[in-house]
Design a protein around this ligand. Structure first.
Ligand code: S3P
Length: 179
């Protein structure tokens, strides 16, 4: 386990799609007077294409490679920043080890598959991994399995914040208390 961190005041938020990482991250950064960066936004900006475009045109494997390279770049300049990662980022290559070596302030925003399916079903079209789900129930089953596969990565975070039935303000306050 890392004993010294490359950017010890950085705050990194991880969790499944729809767990609120970007909204929480943006509000937290404003409260703490830090900069905010969303890994997906950096990827999309650098590639001059949207995440669904990249996923569909280049394929999942090449998206994960791009994500890995961009994560390394973002972590290098993470000082004084709140950074939210895409839901899959912690689960590929050695990404989670790189995150853990950056800062002790890594937060997993943990939402149940039920909450996630409710939030994500109306916006599934813009999300390549879940666009196939025909009903909210089908989406719930898909997420339950997918979350199970990803838990071992997400749970390497230093802090796990349960977000079910909580407002963004409450989640931001809970994260703030742990920094
Ligand atoms: C993904 C989550 C998305 C985005 C891409 C893949 C995933 O980010 O990176 O569509 O594998 O869970 P958000 O979690 O920010 O929606």
């Amino acid at each position: 386990m890392a004993t010294s961190f490359s950017n010890p005041n950085a705050i990194i938020l991880i969790g499944y799609m729809g767990s609120g990482k970007s909204t929480v991250g943006r509000m937290l950064s404003q409260k703490r007077n830090l900069l905010f960066e969303d890994l997906d936004d950096v990827i999309a900006h650098d590639a001059a294409a949207s995440i669904p475009e990249l996923f569909i045109e280049k394929g999942a494997k090449s998206f994960r490679e791009l994500e890995h390279q961009t994560l390394k770049k973002v972590l290098k300049s993470a000082a004084n920043k709140v950074i939210s990662l895409g839901g899959g980022a912690p689960c590929y290559y050695d990404n989670m080890a790189l995150v853990a070596a950056t800062t002790p302030h890594v937060f997993y925003l943990n939402a149940s598959h039920k909450t996630l399916a409710q939030r994500l079903f109306p916006e599934k079209k813009g999300r390549p991994l879940i666009a196939h789900a025909e009903t909210e129930e089908a989406l719930q089953s898909f997420i339950a399995k997918h979350l199970f596969e990803r838990q071992s990565f997400y749970r390497q975070a230093n802090h796990i914040i349960s977000v079910d039935n909580k407002s963004i303000e409450t989640v931001v306050a809970e994260v703030g208390k742990l920094i």
